[in-house]
Design a protein around this ligand. Structure first.
Ligand code: MLT
Length: 234
């Protein structure tokens, strides 16, 4: 079956063991990660705190740190997918901390597998899961414990792609799916006025929004191996 956890605050109510968890932070952490792998990054270590990220930076990793949608001083990379469309990224090992996305990944460690999902790699994730025997749970990163629309819509999109192979576990899966069915024909306008879009727009970040809502751009499936995300061949 496929389950949806609408925010990491509710994770204790869901079962992660024996489950493949797909973490989604559409704006923008998981869209960044997917883009980074599409542009040839070797690995990404997701960490919860700025201090841990600095430790990896001191060991020679490229480091990305974001809080409240802005780059933290002293780090090379910010949290825009466009930052990763660069030759210096090819083959690099990156350490990354973000307000919600990397935190959600670090909270999922006891799952059978942790995958990184976004609209950009929706089809690759769906194809990979078609051939798996485990239950699936989408973990929406949300915003500081709150539910958000964009991650819920991604969950609904994955439910939609998998609905012939996986039963919807409970109402959170049905709700996400219905929301996606309602909004899918024009996600940018369906999401207008949502919280993180307003937050990003206040910071003048518009092109990331349009970019992150594109479906099926990249054939990559990032998976957590030990403490690092790597790109799995599908
Ligand atoms: C996060 O992890 O909270 C987000 O990616 C924030 C952002 O848009 O930079």
């Amino acid at each position: 079956q496929i389950d949806v956890c609408l925010t990491p605050e509710l994770l204790h109510l869901h079962t992660v063991e024996n489950t493949i968890v797909v973490v989604a932070d559409v704006f923008r952490a998981t869209s960044c990660m997917v883009t980074a792998f599409a542009y040839g990054v070797n690995s990404i270590i997701p960490v919860a705190t700025i201090e841990e990220c600095r430790d990896w930076q001191e060991r020679g990793y490229l480091a990305a740190a974001e809080r409240n949608a802005q780059r933290v001083d002293g780090f090379e990379l910010d949290n825009s997918p466009f930052t990763y469309m660069d030759e210096q990224i090819r083959g690099a090992n990156v350490a990354m901390t973000t307000t919600n996305g990397t935190l959600a990944i670090t909270k999922s460690r006891s799952a059978v597998k942790v995958l990184v999902g976004s609209f950009l790699n929706l089809d690759a994730i769906a194809r990979f899961l078609q051939s798996e025997r485990y239950d699936v749970m989408v973990l929406c990163a949300g915003w500081k414990g709150r539910v958000n629309m964009e991650d819920t819509l991604f969950a609904g999109a994955l439910v939609d792609r998998l609905k012939d192979s996986y039963a919807m576990a409970e109402d959170s899966a049905i709700m996400s799916w219905r929301l996606y069915c309602q909004g899918k024909d024009n996600l940018p306008s369906y999401l207008a006025n949502s919280s993180h879009i307003r937050r990003l727009q206040r910071l003048g970040i518009q092109k990331d929004i349009t970019y992150c809502l594109q479906h099926d751009l990249y054939d990559v499936v990032p998976v957590l191996r030990g403490n690092a995300l790597v790109s799995m061949q599908v």
